[in-house]
Design a protein around this ligand. Structure first.
Ligand code: VG1
Ligand code: CO
Length: 562
């Protein structure tokens, strides 16, 4: 057994290590500053004393700088008294898979190395996220403490000579000042595959993909955008479910996600998939983000399933998923800006419905308390209480299970859903990397001007006028632990059911990103195919007018519309 000694290294604190919606995300060169990653990792150890004498899981989406940080985590964890680390081979772990492994091994936490959908490579972003022992993102009380510690840190502990070959599966043990420290490198895919087999009926999906005498095979195309999902999609869809090898593309995780391939599954950044689906050859398409927790679902001829519809259809068809049949539906939830289609299904099924702030961490307490089975976010996140993260591959399997169960196409399933529940139109405008000061000022001016607006007030812009039902800055009190999250987005709810929401992103790494969310509801079938741009125009005009966005951000057009 190799032996090693703890070293104490003096360091200077950084002011900017405040975790955002999902971990600390910064440009790679920020993370490469001397002591930057070390400080943050030490701050996590100091804030979470259970790690000492305990066990943690480590891995990430394969982006640039990840393997360096894996070694730093190994050295700092050894020095902070951790007994055992489980590390994915080559440092690879999708975010949902790491959540599954934390739960299975009863680890005390996880270090997830990812900036998710943010671009990678030397000029892209890096990120570190800490998940707690339930497998979910640490709640704000914990991330707040990590931040406080990071601001005043003066030293960190490390065993600099412990380096582990993570390219091979196996166990490594060390003697650290008389204590034993173990690193186990595991296959990051197999536990996750086992879990999926428990949740879904693989046999029925296999038959769907293979076809029969009376039904042609379902042709699928899965684009992993060179993020972490490649090995998972290959193993599950090709090896287990029999899809042809050619059905999974861009399936090798790359440090820069292949340069121009931005690992963000939406109609803009996954345009390759959209083009392929538009050609009408495939019946089903899916794409995932860098760390594998987001998904986009498309039907034949590029029929787009909005995330708000996706979670609502999964809820309505829960009987297609054996896990839900067995455990029962305990409740549904969505993040506040997400379109409210799921609320209608909750009502029909008579299950509890929760509206939480943006970010998966807010779902965890509800799941742990046995009150939440299925939830989603408009940002292409869908998941269930099988783990404590959103789960891209799971969403893809849920859709395939529904297609097998309903014996219908993606488009038919969605159209049937609209027929029964009406259609919720949803759109999001993102203004990325705008000056932070301007964005903050816009939000505070907007909030104070709206606080004067009263109920029944008519607000109009060029093309239409709306009557305000209420306006507020969303605040959430967690029903389980009573913690309060304030300032989660300015809402304008109108009497005709439409709404506009303004929020500042908590995942950008440069300047500020303004998000404006638009939603309206339609129950007249003859309007289900109306052009979304014209449907939304009155709300968009109104939002730009009340916020004076152009003046505060200098932008005339959004960076992306999803
Ligand atoms: C965004 C999304 C949010 C999601 C978060 C993390 O946050 O809006 O819904 O949970 O990213 O997703 P924000 O604060 O930028 O709006 V991921 O896939 O980065 O872990
Ligand atoms: Co992600």
């Amino acid at each position: 057994m190799a032996s090693s000694q703890v070293q104490i290294v003096q360091t200077r604190a950084f002011e900017d290590q405040k975790p955002g919606t999902s971990g600390l995300r910064k440009p790679v060169d920020t993370f490469q500053q001397k002591g930057y990653a070390e400080n943050f990792i030490q701050a996590i150890h100091t804030a979470v004393p259970e790690l000492s004498d305990g066990m943690a899981v480590v891995g990430g989406d394969g982006r640039y700088y990840m393997t360096d940080v894996v070694q730093k985590i190994i050295g700092i964890s050894a020095a902070n008294g951790v007994k055992k680390l489980i590390v994915g081979k080559d440092g690879i772990f999708s975010t949902p898979a790491i959540s599954a492994v934390v739960r299975k091994t009863k680890a005390n936490g996880a270090f997830i190395l990812t900036a998710s959908h943010n671009p990678g490579g030397p000029k892209g972003d890096f990120g570190i996220k800490f998940n707690s022992s339930n497998g979910g993102p640490a709640v704000e009380a914990v991330t707040g403490q990590i931040y406080q510690i990071s601001k005043h840190i003066t030293e960190y502990k490390i065993c600099p000579d412990i380096k582990v070959d993570i390219s091979k599966v196996g166990c490594h043990t060390f003697d650290v000042d008389g204590r034993q420290f173990e690193v186990e490198v595991i296959d990051p895919v197999s536990d996750y595959v086992d879990l999926m087999k428990e949740l879904f009926d693989f046999e029925s999906i296999r038959n769907l993909l293979a076809g029969s005498k009376t039904r042609s095979p379902l042709k699928i195309i899965i684009n992993c955008l060179n993020g972490v999902t490649g090995p998972y999609a290959k193993r599950i869809l090709c090896d287990e479910l029999g899809a042809p090898e050619s059905s999974v593309v861009n399936c090798i995780p790359l440090e820069d996600f292949g340069g121009k391939l931005h690992p963000d599954p939406n109609l803009t950044y996954a345009s390759d998939l959209v083009d392929v689906m538009n050609s009408g050859v495939h019946d089903f398409g899916a794409a995932f983000d860098g760390d594998g927790d987001r998904n986009m679902i498309l039907g034949k001829n590029g029929f787009f399933v909005t995330p708000s519809d996706s979670v609502s259809v999964i809820g309505d068809n829960y009987k297609a998923i054996p896990y839900f049949v067995k455990s029962g539906i305990k409740g549904f939830a969505r993040s506040m800006p997400t379109g409210r289609a799921l609320d209608r299904v909750a009502k029909a099924l008579n299950v509890e419905m929760f509206e939480v702030p943006t970010g998966w961490k807010f779902f965890g307490n509800l799941m742990d308390a046995g009150r939440l089975s299925l939830c989603g976010e408009e940002s292409f996140g869908t998941g269930s209480d099988h783990i404590r993260e959103k789960d891209g591959i799971w969403a893809c399997l849920a859709w395939l299970a529904i297609l097998a169960y309903r014996k219908a196409s993606v488009e038919d399933v969605i159209r049937d859903h609209w027929k029964r529940y009406g259609r919720t139109f949803f759109q999001r405008y993102d203004y990325e990397q705008v000056p932070a000061e301007g964005a903050k000022e816009m939000m505070s001016v907007l909030e104070s001007s709206l606080s004067l607006a009263t109920k029944s007030k008519e607000i109009s812009a060029a093309s239409a006028s709306f009557v305000l039902e209420y306006t507020d800055n969303f605040s959430y009190t967690d029903p389980i632990d009573g913690s309060v999250a304030k300032n989660q987005g300015i809402r304008l709810q109108f009497t005709n059911g439409s709404r506009i929401i303004f929020r500042l992103s908590g995942t950008g790494s440069v300047g500020a990103t303004v998000r404006i969310y638009f939603e309206c509801y339609e129950d007249q079938p003859e309007r289900f195919d109306d052009d979304i741009t014209s449907i939304m125009k009155p709300l968009v005009d109104l939002a730009l007018k009340v916020s004076d966005l152009q003046k505060y951000t200098g932008r005339n057009e959004p960076t992306v519309i999803t």
